[in-house]
Design a protein around this ligand. Structure first.
Ligand code: MN
Length: 354
């Protein structure tokens, strides 16, 4: 039980109890999508408080904990009552709003409240066998979505129609949802890493960058491909090949004990040598799991070291204002025998021409 593992990790962190409030964390520990407040302490059974609205789904799905309902009115009171039963000196938590923090601090007297989301992340960043299985399926589903886009994408269609084609294909095959709002960035808009989706009509000669993902059992995939409508210009070809080379050079470095900062540097050096260092305006990658952005990170400032079971994105990019941009991204699992791509859609420039 994950709740039991968290409970056992409290002592080393100098904590007597822990409050979980973030929805993905509640799901991670209990399997319930009800949200609520989970209170964990050694030698007591974990207790999930949830709203009356989500009580039945919590009762039916939550594992490794007892479930109790709260109303808006008695929520604080019930949580406080439970904490008083445990009588801790120091309580850790994943996330509390300033208001929640102050209200608790006020009523708890001498009890110390300590924010310690790392305790949860230490567990969540290492995906177990079942999580890896779900993430592989999420990766396959996003490949299916990208294939639907390749078939649909053409001069004259609009960005939002492109997104719809992929969402439909992924859902039909069993995706629970999309991992995050689509990015369909065509023409000059492909210079925006976070372009969203517009009504722009795709034109001949456009780069079209698609960044999207599917969820399976709530686990995310994250994939980006840049298509080219028609034939690439020489500059487009150079930029595309540079980004692809950077991504391919970084892939074998995504392995056990590698430092996030070093993996980023491998890709960044290639882009810098090609003269586009200033145009690679984000980190190389981020962790992926129940959330599409989580630890560990691959970047210039990363302090993370990769371990078996980590899942990270590998996504170099070049963005030139007024001209356009290219990003190519895969979701990658760190295994004991090296990196394993969870997204396997084509990357060669010829395969990206529509
Ligand atoms: Mn990403």
């Amino acid at each position: 039980m994950r709740t039991e593992r968290l409970s056992k990790s409290l002592e080393d962190a100098g904590l007597d109890a822990y409050i979980v409030t973030r929805e993905p964390n509640i799901f991670y520990y209990t399997g319930s999508i009800s949200g609520g407040v989970l209170i964990i302490a050694p030698d007591t059974s974990p207790l999930l408080f949830t709203s009356r609205l989500n009580l039945y789904i919590a009762q039916d799905n939550a594992q490794g904990c007892n479930v109790e309902p709260y109303t808006k009115k008695d929520k604080d009171e019930k949580i406080l009552e439970r904490l008083n039963q445990i009588a801790p000196e120091k309580i850790g938590f994943d996330e509390l709003s300033l208001g929640e923090y102050k209200a608790l601090e006020d009523k708890l007297g001498d009890v110390k409240l300590k924010d310690n989301p790392d305790l949860v992340w230490a567990m969540r960043r290492v995906k177990d066998a079942s999580e890896q299985k779900f993430m592989k399926r999420a990766g396959e589903l996003s490949d299916i979505g990208m294939e639907a886009i390749r078939e649909f994408l053409a001069e004259g269609v609009r960005e939002h129609e492109v997104a719809a084609a992929a969402a439909n294909a992924m859902r039909r095959e069993g995706a629970g949802d999309i991992s995050f709002p689509f990015i369909v960035a065509s023409g000059p808009r492909s210079a925006y890493p976070h372009a969203g989706v517009s009504e722009r009509k795709i034109r001949r000669g456009d780069f079209v960058t698609i960044d999207m993902g599917a969820t399976y059992r709530r686990y995310c995939s994250d994939i980006t491909r840049t298509f080219i409508v028609g034939s690439p210009s020489e500059k487009q070809r150079t930029i595309y090949e540079t980004v692809l080379e950077a991504k391919e050079a970084a892939l074998p470095e995504i392995r056990e004990s590698a430092k996030g900062i070093d993996v980023d540097r491998i890709a960044r050096d290639i882009i810098t040598k090609a003269g586009y260092g200033e145009d690679f305006i984000h980190g190389l990658g981020h962790g992926v799991g129940l959330e599409v952005h989580e630890p560990p990170s691959l970047s210039k400032r990363s302090g993370d070291t990769l371990a078996v079971g980590n899942v990270v994105s590998n996504e170099p990019g070049i963005y030139i204002k007024g001209f356009g941009g290219v990003r190519i991204e895969d979701t990658v699992l760190v295994t004991s025998s090296g990196p394993e791509r969870l997204t396997n859609f084509d990357t060669g420039l010829d395969a990206m021409r529509v």
